[in-house]
Write a protein that binds this ligand. Structure first.
Ligand code: BDR
Ligand code: CA
Length: 311
């Protein structure tokens, strides 16, 4: 059983990742940290609150994260991929009631729970803020799973940069260079975690759990967006879900232990770099980059977790 604090910016794949985490018996969600990214922080927070309500899990803390990158630049959002409100065509109800918990709650949770894993599937600003606030988390947190970067494949926002690292490269660089026990799930792996409408419809046939009920509309929007971006693609990659799936099934992928740097300025802003030359050596700290994932295993795990909802 993994106890996690999930940092997210829902966003469609973040939302499916939240559903997956809540429905997976191998995962205990202690809190969700809401930050800007695919949408602004207020919208991300409402989406998290809505998903928790549908899951009947309003006991999970929603922690207020960051509004903008460390550079202070105004963030760019992605309605063409995630929808205006981040859930495709779906809008959380107006009368949603929830409380936003203070950022410092993260320290209490880490202190009161042994072996917490932090999973960050958004821009790394909130996570980097934990370091900037001066607390040493290296010993207290078991491991950090980060969706971000692109190794030996093109980026998805610039020719070489992936969206999470590009969104706040200073924060990502800080996390990569100062945190230990890192497991990085980059685009070269997450791009392969493709889920199609057929998979979603098959899940819907097996459960009528309220959380899963909104999946077809949400995923249809996301898949249509990807079809415009990547001609010939049959579904859409669930970057943030495969990160969680690898966390609970680490043998589903292959990692290499290397130091990671993130370029913070210039043409290559947000680009992730690691040395993969035959002459290179493993990093001194425990920093692991996923290079491969077993797609069939991922799909099996995703279908099993989502279709067992409510059973
Ligand atoms: C990552 O960027 C976001 O748009 C997605 O939610 C995912 O976390 C993929 O590059
Ligand atoms: Ca995300």
């Amino acid at each position: 059983m993994k106890k996690i604090i999930l940092f997210a910016d829902p966003g469609i794949d973040d939302s499916i990742a939240i559903m997956y985490a809540l429905l997976n018996p191998e995962i205990e969600v202690l809190a969700i940290v809401s930050s800007y990214g695919n949408v602004d922080k207020e919208q991300a927070t409402e989406n998290i609150a809505y998903l928790l309500e549908l899951a009947d899990r309003t006991d999970v803390h929603i922690i207020g994260g960051t509004n903008a990158p460390l550079s202070g630049e105004i963030p760019k959002f992605y309605p063409e991929i995630h929808g205006q409100e981040g859930l495709g065509p779906i809008r959380p109800p107006e009368d949603l009631s929830f409380e936003l918990t203070n950022f410092s709650k993260i320290y209490d949770i880490i202190e009161n729970n042994k072996d917490v894993t932090i999973v960050d599937v958004g821009r790394n600003t909130s996570l980097a803020s934990l370091f900037l606030l001066g607390e040493n988390l290296t010993d207290a947190v078991q491991e950090f799973y980060i969706m971000g970067g692109a190794f030996m494949v093109p980026g998805n926002v610039t020719p070489s940069a992936e969206a999470n690292f590009y969104g706040d490269p200073t924060a990502s660089h800080l996390v990569m260079t100062n945190f230990d026990n890192l497991y990085i799930v980059p685009l070269n792996v997450s791009n392969k975690a493709i889920v199609t409408m057929e998979h979603i419809l098959a899940i819907l046939e097996m459960t009528n759990h309220p959380l899963v009920q909104i999946m077809d509309e949400v995923m249809k929007y996301y898949i249509d967006a990807y079809k415009k971006l990547v001609p010939g693609i049959e579904g859409a990659p669930l970057h943030d879900v495969v990160t969680l799936s690898l966390m609970v099934n680490p043998d589903m992928g292959r990692t290499i232990r290397r130091e990671v740097e993130v370029l913070t300025s210039g043409e290559g802003k947000g680009t992730s770099i690691a040395d993969f030359r035959v002459s290179s050596t493993p990093s001194e700290k425990n920093s692991n980059i996923y290079l491969e994932v077993d797609y069939e295993m991922f799909l099996k795990d995703f279908m099993k977790v989502m279709s067992s909802a409510g059973k």
